[in-house]
Design a protein around this ligand. Sequence first.
Ligand code: ME8
Length: 521
Amino acid sequence: MKSKESFYITTPIYYVNDIPHLGTAYCTVAADVLARFERLMGKDVHFLTGTDEHGEKIQEAAAKLGKSPQEFTDQVAETFRSTWKKMGITFDDFIRTTEERHKKVVIHLIKKAMSQGDIYLGNYEGWYCVPDESFWTDSQLVNGKCPNCGRDVKKIKEENYFFKVSKFTGQLLNHIEANPTFILPESKKNEVVAFIKEGVRDVSVSRTSFNWGIPFPSDAEAKSSHHVIYVWFDALINYVSALSPLDKPETFKKYWGTESAPRTIHLLGKDILRFHAVYWPCFLLSVGLPLPKRIFATGWWTIEGQKMSKSLGNTVEPLAFTAQYGQDAFRLFLFREFPMGQDGDFNIKNFKERSNADLANNLGNLVSRSFNLIQKNLEGIIQAPLSNSEIQTTIDTAATQFNFNAMETFSYNEVLKSIFAILLGMNKYIDTKAPWTLAKDPAKKEELKSVLYSVAEGLRIASLFLWPFIPYTCEEIQNRLGQSSLQDVLTDKISFQEAVKWGSMKEATIKMGGPLFPRLQ
Ligand code: ME8
């Protein structure tokens, strides 16, 4: 068997001072969509998520609850893992930065950068934003607050190790220029380029004023014996450490990729793009590892027009929300309305309108009316007709001309728009063909069979394209149609291309079922 192309997708690892919310669910579901899609494409997918458990913020959060940091992080990490599981997120690995497998790679890589002469000892004096775990200069502050999150900053003065970012920024700029889709979306790439061109200061890679972190490799020069690795460098390395480069170099190479064939896609929010698109690539250049293939920054959600925040109490809790409205309606809404690189507003009115329009009225209605017609007029049996139907060409063309690249560049809303337009077209096709009238005329039996077969076949094909987005519904549609093409693709019995070929539907007896989606008031 031909070996599969490998594919590696990561989400940010989430801070355990908070529980999963709309923002973290967004990135995680977005990564799940692409992971599922690439599996359909026959790739050997490795999908990583996890938790970011060190640093001042976590130490403070644990102390507030009177817990040890380890006890606290064990608990919240489990909440993340189980929430994603319950939401059907198909991650292959879940990394925690307090795990030994992670720590040893962090130490190894920091030592490597030190041996390259890229880390030096110095003193930091400036501002620090604990919620963002980020350093700021006087001139960067906005009205004395953190320019990223607007919260209070504190003055710190401590001995730190620094990483020579500036040594690598020229090389990074060349890479960005030579690889136009390395950082996406374009507008965010331009911001990164402008930031680099202004001149990037070397960044701290250790902290000394608290101790909840990975101890910095000892160095005789240090005056303070309490250096812990700065949480951002600890955290970024998770993408490498999870692949066990020291113990399983072949696995690492397979998923991480090489310079000429990079495999890694990092998905993250725009708030943390600088860490991912500047510091992280420079660090990788220092330690001699290939750069990722793509870094995509998602936009930011507001809720009912307001910034999402714990103090406003307006956060959307994904488990509660999906328990009420269903996983697929939630998943669809995340990507249907707004391009992923832009900010969006999570608004319950829009959510309901979108669910009703796409899911209840369009897809749900298509399933229920076509199944009723097949049941009533063809004894529930779908059988290939003798002649082609007009809709065949539309669906065939859409399937063969599908913009596969749009998925890897996260143009999910474009993809969804075109699929739902086809479903709408299928509903119109039923209206025009009026199979209920054809059924009255025995001479039109073949035509009736052809119309109903076409709709069923269209639904089968659509369920393959839609599966990454609304998996539960698509599996149900395949099941009701008595088809296994989705399973056959996922178990490598057939390719996706074969599965979406018009006419591959097996003769089957349909299973009737209730409405797929309730109409929301
Ligand atoms: O930053 N809208 O973790 P984090 C959209 N541990 N996305 C949002 C959002 C919102 N309102 N709020 C949060 C960290 N996010 C670090 C990452 S990676 C090596 C370390 C999403 O728990 C967004 O993707 O603060 C953001 O990047 C992520 O949550 C940060 O989660």
